[in-house]
Write a protein that binds this ligand. Structure first.
Ligand code: C2E
Ligand code: CA
Ligand code: CA
Ligand code: CA
Length: 279
């Protein structure tokens, strides 16, 4: 098999550019990393804008690679999507998040929630509800402590299947949020049809919220829309005190962003839970 692999490699390199070879190498090491579960989660705190207290975190995957440090998801998630590796990788993320929730709840922070990102392929893989239910059960985590961040585009793919999956997930009891809201199809139809709990205002609006009237109008409209539909609304990518003030003034429920904290390893998050003052 090794020989064949080498031949195949030579055959392909003949008319392949350097970029394609690099992609193949990246794919091979990504496959190995998935098999060996060589990933870590970093956690970015989410803060309640009324109390100023940390309510939980978004779990973000990182890939520690020898000689390259922590590879960012922008480098490998697209490839994981393309190759289907995102499905086992995504299952690992859910498992690791539930394990971490158990440990934080045991430490006395039983109010903490964790959000994980779900990719389109993972969502439509057929066994997402089972993966979620098994991970929750294995670590004895209350379903309400786990949140799945979905995107608009993955919900538009196959409306029938989408409703079936969302319904199964809500029956289990996990929280569902719409990530990057306002950047996708933004069809209002699904907001009433799909059992969503939370909207996340995309960073592109938050970034310009105090400098561009357009962005501010959109952000405030999303907050208003969410509240009228009895949904929670979270702003992401908050980097300045001015942005924070604006969001507070306009009644946004929660925020996350570099202004409060960057994504960090689990131990740092635990330290922050002990030392952080209310925002
Ligand atoms: P996302 O879900 O929209 O996550 C937010 C991204 O914005 C994160 O980048 C986060 O580090 C970054 N961010 C947070 N606060 C700020 C801020 O104040 N300013 C700026 N400029 N950026 C901020 P990250 O961790 O590099 O992740 C990028 C994307 O990769 C995520 O976007 C998500 O789509 C994807 N991703 C990350 N982890 C996973 C995962 O476990 N599974 C899947 N399917 N996708 C993931
Ligand atoms: Ca997200
Ligand atoms: Ca986002
Ligand atoms: Ca994003």
């Amino acid at each position: 098999a090794k020989d064949r692999g080498r031949n195949r490699f030579c055959f392909y390199t003949a008319d392949m550019n350097v970029h394609a070879v690099a992609q193949l190498e990246l794919e091979a090491s990504l496959r190995r990393a998935v098999e060996r579960e060589e990933f870590v989660l970093h956690f970015q705190p989410k803060v309640d804008l009324r109390t100023g207290l940390v309510t939980g975190a978004e779990a973000l995957i990182r890939w520690p690679r020898e000689g390259r440090g922590l590879e960012s998801p922008a480098r490998f998630i697209p490839l994981a999507e393309k190759t289907g590796l995102i499905v086992p990788m995504g299952a690992w993320v859910i498992e690791a998040a539930c394990r971490q929730l158990r440990s934080w709840h045991d430490a006395g922070w039983s109010h903490l929630r964790l959000a994980v990102n779900v990719s389109g392929r993972q969502f439509h893989s057929g066994d997402l509800p089972i993966v979620v239910a098994q991970a929750l059960a294995r670590h004895d985590v209350p379903a309400g402590a786990l949140e799945l961040e979905l995107t608009e585009s993955m919900l538009m793919d196959d409306p029938e299947q989408t409703i079936a999956v969302l319904t199964a997930l809500k029956r289990i009891g996990v929280q569902l949020s719409l990530d990057d809201f306002g950047t996708g199809y933004s069809s209002f139809a699904y907001l009433s049809r799909f059992p969503i709990d939370t909207l996340k205002i995309d960073q592109s609006f938050v970034r310009n919220i105090v400098t561009e009237p357009q962005a501010a109008v959109i952000a405030v409209s999303i907050i208003d829309l969410a509240h009228r539909l009895q949904l929670k609304v979270v702003a992401e990518g908050v980097e300045t005190e001015a942005q924070l003030g604006y969001l507070r003034q306009h009644d946004c429920d929660e925020m996350q962003g570099y202004y409060f904290a960057k994504p960090m390893p689990a131990e740092s998050f635990s330290e922050l839970m002990v030392t952080a003052k209310a925002l």
